[in-house]
Design a protein around this ligand. Structure first.
Ligand code: ACO
Length: 325
């Protein structure tokens, strides 16, 4: 068995929902502004669940779905930009919670592209190291990292997690993928962290632990990369959009997705969207969407799906999938 398929999917979203109208009670904003600029109506917000908890709940659902025991997992990759702690990795905490005692576990930091990066890394390791089963999880607790006084960012994000079980198979599941970074634009989205300070530092470097974003720059980057990434995956596999059943983009902004559909001359219905309910859940958005589509029986065996992500780093990437279950 040389190939890798997605054998199960799962998701978790906190039960607490905050609508745009509720947000307008704590900051100067409106449902009209948020919805017309982004397509967001509400977001799920943690009432104390941290990233590892949400990741573990999504992972348990994916394991159940795949009918695989946690002790049969060889690799856990958690994509997150809002880990529980700097160290240990959130993946190690997930390993402990779900009892996946036979696995190697680590995190990937590629923000909203993290799940795409995670799939690529996990597939490569499964092929090179002989791992049979892996969990790839995108999980975020962004509500602890946004600045609730900055209306230009706090209205955009939500919390949640999505997970897939990857398994070795004779069938092709993850057909092809690519990941890219444009590090020279790293200042566009930051969550800085600790000050640089010690008895040996002459000029203390003050850092912010809150998310900061140059929305306009990211918007320009996102509109071009989403189109280029989809075209790259299609060209590399000699396919065109008629061969693709669904595109699942990172859920950042409806306007970015509308732009991509127009540019690609394809119906926007080909793009799955749930940003209205969840907001931008960064690395979790694509696996949450996958899990939701699976539950709604929208995806069927043999479907060809493109997953496409973009985000802080700046990072981007896409994966072409043959749905094999
Ligand atoms: N409510 C009301 N008014 C607001 C709000 C708000 N929540 N936020 C900003 N405004 C105001 C601004 O102050 C500004 O007012 P001014 O003209 O008087 O100065 C006005 O609205 C317009 O602000 P813009 O920033 O120009 O609004 P824009 O139309 O560009 O939309 C947005 C902003 C939604 C952030 C958009 O730029 C965007 O979607 N960017 C992409 C974000 C993205 O894709 N991120 C993905 C990666 S995230 C990650 O990796 C973790």
């Amino acid at each position: 068995m040389k190939e890798v398929i997605i054998g199960g999917v799962g998701k978790y979203a906190p039960s607490k929902i905050i609508t745009n109208d509720q947000l307008s009670e704590i900051i100067e904003t409106s449902d009209e502004w948020i919805y017309s600029r982004t397509g967001i109506k509400q977001r799920h917000v943690s009432i104390g669940e941290d990233t590892s908890y949400m990741a573990s709940e999504a992972a348990k659902m994916a394991l159940e779905n795949a009918n695989i025991r946690s002790i049969d997992i060889d690799l856990i990759v958690v994509a997150t930009c809002t880990p529980d702690m700097y160290t240990p990795s959130t993946a190690c905490i997930v390993q402990s919670i779900i009892g996946a005692n036979n696995s190697v576990a680590f995190d990937i930091s590629a923000a909203c592209s993290g799940f795409i990066y995670g799939l690529d890394v996990a597939k490569s390791l499964m092929k090179s190291n002989g791992y049979n089963n892996a969990l790839v999880i995108g999980a975020e607790n962004l509500s602890k990292s946004v600045d609730w006084e900055d209306r230009s960012t706090c209205v955009l994000f939500g919390d949640g997690a999505g997970a897939v079980v990857l398994s070795k198979s004779d069938n092709v599941g993850l057909i092809s993928s690519f990941c890219k970074s444009e590090g020279e634009k790293y200042k566009c989205i930051t969550i800085e962290g600790n000050d640089v300070d010690s008895p040996f530092v002459e000029n203390k470097v003050i850092k912010s632990s809150k998310l900061k974003m140059n929305g306009n720059e990211v918007f320009k980057f996102a509109t071009s990369t989403i189109v280029n990434s989809i075209n790259k995956v299609l060209n590399e596999n000699n396919l065109n959009l008629d061969d693709i059943d669904y595109i699942i983009p990172h859920q950042a902004n409806v306007r970015i997705i509308d732009y991509a559909a127009k540019k690609l001359k394809v119906s926007v219905d080909k793009f799955y969207m749930n940003i209205e309910e969840y907001g931008n859940t960064s690395a979790a958005s694509i696996p949450i969407a996958l899990s939701e589509m699976w539950k709604k029986k929208l995806i069927k065996k043999g479907n060809k799906i493109i997953l496409v992500g973009f985000g802080a780093g700046l990072t981007y990437g896409a994966t072409l999938i043959n749905w094999a279950i």
